[in-house]
Write a protein that binds this ligand. Structure first.
Ligand code: A3P
Length: 313
């Protein structure tokens, strides 16, 4: 998630103190610092039909998806050794609706770069995005791994010592729907229902776990959907494999910029890029969840998603 946290909370903090800074807006929770940007985007942003939105709930694989979409769209301009992804965290390669409105407007004027990212839930997207039938790529992930990823990210971003952030507390908050842009299940369902109801095929759903198990097909789907399909010649020349390698966790997490750089370094409080790259493993939740938590979250997911056709466990 994009971050500009006030200096005060970057000092040592506790989980509960950070959670006190959450507020609910039209059914979704967020850290208070993100309301202004979200509202401004909702009220003033004018989408163009050619804009393409990378949408997600935090900790579902946004960084990976951004890197892939950027690499696909810019592959004629850059190669494996000149890509900005080698020197810039993926979050800075694609402007963020809630923070980078000016940059997005400039891109729209030049029509050079159609990608925009956002964590906004579907129902809170600026109306012009829906009215313009903009393409939307949505990524989602197993809820248990999202909870663990979110817990670790918030803890590090806010400098919360382990003893002040029991996982159980984080689990209980998340379970009640209180997380950045949460409830997580409502975030997914908003996009999912829209994709089922809209007949225009303008929403592509990607699942983190599917991307891990079959990255090649998913990269091809993504490229086709965003209007930059690979030619047979490119496929034979290994362009798809090159993009997959460039955007892999192993490659990105070992780049100097992502080990020691900061995102939005000119803001009062920047986030260290390394926090966007943790383990990237499926099933890390098993080290954190008790049996009781597993039952609780499975029951919740069954209740929320039953009959929707979505699988989230
Ligand atoms: P973990 O915390 O489970 O390791 P987001 O980008 O939406 O914030 O999601 C962060 C999660 O994606 C983290 O998961 C992170 O490690 C993982 N991730 C980051 N870059 C990745 C990549 N290139 N490939 C796969 N997973 C990646």
């Amino acid at each position: 998630m994009e971050n500009t946290f006030p200096t005060v909370v970057q000092q040592t903090c506790s989980w509960s103190k950070v959670m006190l800074m959450m507020q609910n807006h039209q059914g979704f929770w967020n850290h208070q610092d993100f309301h202004e940007g979200s509202l401004l985007a909702q009220q003033t942003f004018n989408a163009k039909p050619s804009d393409i939105f990378i949408c997600s709930s935090p900790k579902t694989g946004t960084t990976w998806l951004k890197a892939l979409a950027f690499a696909i769209i810019t592959r004629q301009q850059f190669n494996q050794s000149t890509s900005p992804l080698l020197t810039t965290v993926p979050h800075e390669c694609i402007p963020y609706l809630e923070k980078d409105l000016e940059q997005i407007k400039q891109n729209q004027n030049n029509t050079s770069f159609p990608l925009v990212s956002t964590h906004l839930p579907y129902t809170l997207l600026p109306n012009s995005i829906i009215a313009s039938n903009c393409k939307i790529v949505y990524i989602y992930r197993n809820i248990k791994d999202v909870i663990v990823s979110y817990y670790n990210f918030v803890r590090k971003a806010f400098n919360i010592p382990l003893e002040d952030a029991p996982f159980e507390e984080a689990f209980n908050e998340f379970y009640q729907g209180i997380s950045w842009y949460g409830p997580y299940w409502d975030h997914i369902l908003g996009y999912w229902k829209a994709s089922q109801e809209r007949a225009d095929g303008q929403i592509l759903f990607l699942k983190y776990e599917d991307m891990k198990s079959d990255i090649t097909s998913n990269v091809k789907r993504l490229a086709e959907f965003i209007g930059h399909p690979f030619s047979i010649q490119e496929e034979r020349a290994g362009v798809i494999d090159d993009i997959i390698k460039l955007c892999s966790f192993e490659n990105l997490s070992n780049l100097e910029v992502n080990k020691s750089g900061k995102h939005r370094p000119d803001t009062p409080v920047a986030i260290e890029n390394r926090h966007y790259f943790r383990k990237a493993k499926d099933g890390d939740w098993k080290k954190y969840f008790t049996d009781e938590m597993v039952v609780k979250i499975d029951e919740l997911v069954d209740e929320k998603l039953s009959g929707t056709g979505l699988v989230l466990k």
